[in-house]
Design a protein around this ligand. Structure first.
Ligand code: SF4
Ligand code: SF4
Length: 285
C-alpha cells in the first residue's frame, strides 16, 4: 500500500493518455492498449526477468500497438506476398515504437521500446525458444484480446491477424480491463491445419500443447524457400470482424480441405487466387 501523499504524486497522467491515443491513431495504429506494469506481478505467469520493470526499471505502463494484417494476403501463405507484408508490418511497427518513444521522451516521460521480435534469428530461437519479451502477453494484459489454442493473441477485431509492438513508459497511464471471456471457440482449425502438427488440443485449457521446435523447423524450411513466415494457424482462425469486412465468414471447410484438394488438383479453381501468388517470387512449385 502506498502512503496517501505518494499515491497523489503517482496518480495517472489523465491528460497524457488522450495525447498518446491521438498520436497512435494519427500514425496508423489499428489497436492501442495500456497495461499497468503491476499486471505482470498480479498474474505472475511470466518469469521475473521477462517483466517490463526488469527490462526498464522506471516503467509504469506498457503501451501496446497493433497493426492489422489484411486477411486476403495472409490467406496466400506461404507466399512471397505474405513475406512482404510481414516485413513491411515489422518495419512499420518498429518505426512506430521508435517515434512514440521519442514523442513521450519529448513530453518528459522516460520511455523505451521493445522491437516486435525479440529473438534475433531462427537459429538463436532454436537454441533458446523464447523471445526476450512477449508482446502477446503484453497485449493480453492491455485488454486487447485473449490467448487462443494456437498460442496467438486473438482480438475481437482481427482475430490473430495483427502484429504488436510495445513501448514502456515511466508515465502512469490508466490501464484497460483484461478481457475475461476467452475468444477462442476451440474449433481446432489451427490444430488440424498446422503442417507440422505443432499444436495439440488440450482438454483442460484453451491454449493447446505447442511443439515450438516443430514450428521453428517449418519456418527454417520456409526461409529457404523465400516465403517465410508460416502463419497458417493465423490464417485459418475464424475469430475476427475482419472476416465480415472481407466477406470470408464460414470458410473453415475450405481451409481444412485445402491440402487434399490441391494435392488432387494443383489448379483447383477454388484456390486459384492463392496458388497463383504462390507460384511467383518464392521457391514453391
Ligand atoms: S506457424 Fe505454422 S507451423 Fe507454427 S504452429 Fe502455426 S501453423 Fe503450425
Ligand atoms: S483456430 Fe479455433 S481453436 Fe484455434 S485459436 Fe482460433 S478459435 Fe481457437
Amino acid at each position: 500500500m502506498q502512503p496517501e501523499s505518494l499515491q497523489a504524486v503517482i496518480k495517472p497522467h489523465d491528460d497524457l493518455r488522450p495525447q498518446v491515443v491521438s498520436f497512435c491513431r494519427d500514425n496508423g495504429a489499428d489497436l492501442i492498449g495500456f497495461a499497468p506494469v503491476q499486471r505482470w506481478n498480479e498474474f505472475d505467469e511470466v518469469p521475473l526477468e521477462f517483466r517490463p520493470q526488469s527490462l526498464f526499471p522506471p516503467a509504469r505502463t506498457v503501451i501496446v500497438i497493433g497493426m492489422a494484417m489484411p486477411l486476403p494476403i495472409v490467406e496466400t501463405t506461404p507466399s512471397f506476398l505474405h513475406k512482404e507484408l510481414y516485413t513491411a508490418a515489422n518495419q512499420e511497427l518498429d518505426t512506430f515504437a521508435f517515434n512514440l518513444t521519442r514523442f513521450l521522451n519529448r513530453l518528459g516521460h522516460a520511455s523505451y521500446f521493445f522491437t516486435r521480435d525479440g529473438y534475433a534469428s531462427l537459429s538463436a530461437l532454436k537454441k533458446k525458444p523464447y523471445a526476450a519479451f512477449s508482446h502477446v502477453v503484453a497485449a493480453r494484459y492491455a485488454g486487447l484480446g485473449t490467448i487462443g489454442m494456437s498460442h496467438n493473441l486473438l482480438t475481437p477485431e482481427y482475430g490473430p491477424r495483427v502484429r504488436f509492438v510495445s513501448v514502456f513508459t515511466a508515465a502512469e497511464l490508466q490501464g484497460q480491463a483484461v478481457l475475461e471471456k476467452d475468444l477462442c471457440i476451440r474449433c481446432e482449425a489451427c490444430v488440424k491445419c498446422c503442417p507440422k502438427d505443432a499444436l495439440t488440443a488440450s482438454p483442460n485449457r484453451i491454449a493447446g500443447d505447442y511443439d515450438v521446435n516443430a514450428c521453428i523447423d517449418q519456418h527454417i524450411e520456409l526461409v529457404r524457400k523465400k516465403c517465410y513466415p508460416c502463419g497458417i494457424c493465423i490464417k485459418v482462425c475464424p475469430i475476427g470482424k475482419d472476416r465480415v469486412l472481407y466477406k470470408q465468414k464460414g470458410i473453415v471447410k475450405k481451409y481444412l480441405e485445402e491440402e487434399n484438394k490441391l494435392a488432387a488438383d494443383p489448379d483447383d479453381p477454388e484456390y486459384r487466387s492463392w496458388t497463383h501468388i504462390r507460384r511467383y517470387g518464392g521457391r514453391l512449385p
